[in-house]
Design a binder for this molecule. Structure first.
Ligand code: PMP
Length: 284
């Protein structure tokens, strides 16, 4: 694989980042993941807009402008012959001697991008739906900033897997679901209303979420952006998750409790089709 590091395209074995990099020592880094289908980028503008918000929230220097970042994404697609997969982008505050204070103004950020060849259109998880297990949400409070501190979500996913599930749904102390370990969480109530948590510091503002809610409203679904409890979710007609790589993926059980008849829901399947059709039509 050819990866991008600070201005150079190099074979992955030759790519180097300092041991003093702030992302390595302090998780002082942010990231984005953009999906590629047919060699084209899905919702690139959305991912770059969120990157800008993460940079601003952490007072980090932008590593390059959006046009330059698009050129790097495209170059990696070409150099790696990527037809379907993901492009991971990470920016850190750069490297400096270990200190809790930010490094001096002018310290260059570290920019790394690499590709991952993975199937996104055809997945077993879509045919069968996924099982989720609830875990307490013990992450920090600024979950709307897409930082590389992914240890708790990683632990949550392992905990869910140890219980025989595929992923975790994280739950606040008041019993409401925040989101999945790396995706946003939704239910469709018995009355047919699509419910997902409202935007706040409590969840990542998914780029897929934005598109799916817009498309759901356009198709005439009633959408409520509000918190829902784990109990309400277990009693729902359908459930699903969204992310750049999962698109819309059905959830068929929560803590061993079947959702609906235990198979992917009809509205969920329709939303996946609509989302994919629009994403492919607008990919760049
Ligand atoms: N929530 C969390 C915690 C995530 O890590 C992700 C994926 N990065 C999402 C939601 C989904 O965001 P997106 O649709 O932009 O991939």
């Amino acid at each position: 694989r050819i990866v991008y590091v600070n201005g150079s395209y190099v074979p992955e074995e030759e790519a180097k980042v300092s041991v003093f990099d702030r992302a390595f020592l302090m998780a002082d880094g942010i990231y984005e993941v953009t999906t590629v289908v047919g060699g084209k980028l899905i919702d690139f503008a959305g991912h770059m807009a969120r990157l800008g918000r993460s940079l601003a929230a952490l007072k980090m220097t932008p590593p390059a402008d959006t046009e330059a970042l698009l050129a790097i994404h495209r170059e990696l697609v070409v150099r790696n012959g990527l037809d379907e997969g993901l492009i991971y982008l990470q920016v850190s505050r750069g490297s400096a001697d270990r200190d809790f204070s930010f490094p001096p103004e002018g310290t260059p950020p570290t920019l790394v991008l690499f590709t991952q060849k993975v199937a996104v259109l055809e997945r077993e998880s879509v045919r069968s739906g996924i099982k989720v297990a609830s875990v307490p949400d013990l992450r920090w409070g600024l979950r709307d900033i897409k930082t590389v501190q992914l240890l708790y979500p990683s632990m949550a996913k392992m905990e869910a897997k140890s219980k025989g599930a595929d992923d975790a749904w994280m739950v606040e102390s008041d019993g409401t679901v925040t989101e999945g370990s790396s995706n946003n969480a939704y239910i469709i109530t018995k009355a047919g209303t699509l419910v997902t948590r409202a935007l706040s510091h409590a969840i990542l503002h998914g780029i897929t979420r934005l598109a799916v809610l817009r498309l759901a409203r356009e198709t005439g679904l009633t959408v409520e952006e509000r918190s829902f409890t784990l109990d309400e979710a277990k009693d729902a007609r359908e459930a699903f998750i969204t992310s750049a790589s999962a698109f819309v993926t059905p959830v068929v059980s929560i803590d061993g409790q079947r959702i609906g008849d235990g198979t992917p829901g009809e509205t969920t399947k329709r939303m996946r089709e609509i989302y994919i059709a629009e994403s492919l039509a607008t990919a760049i």
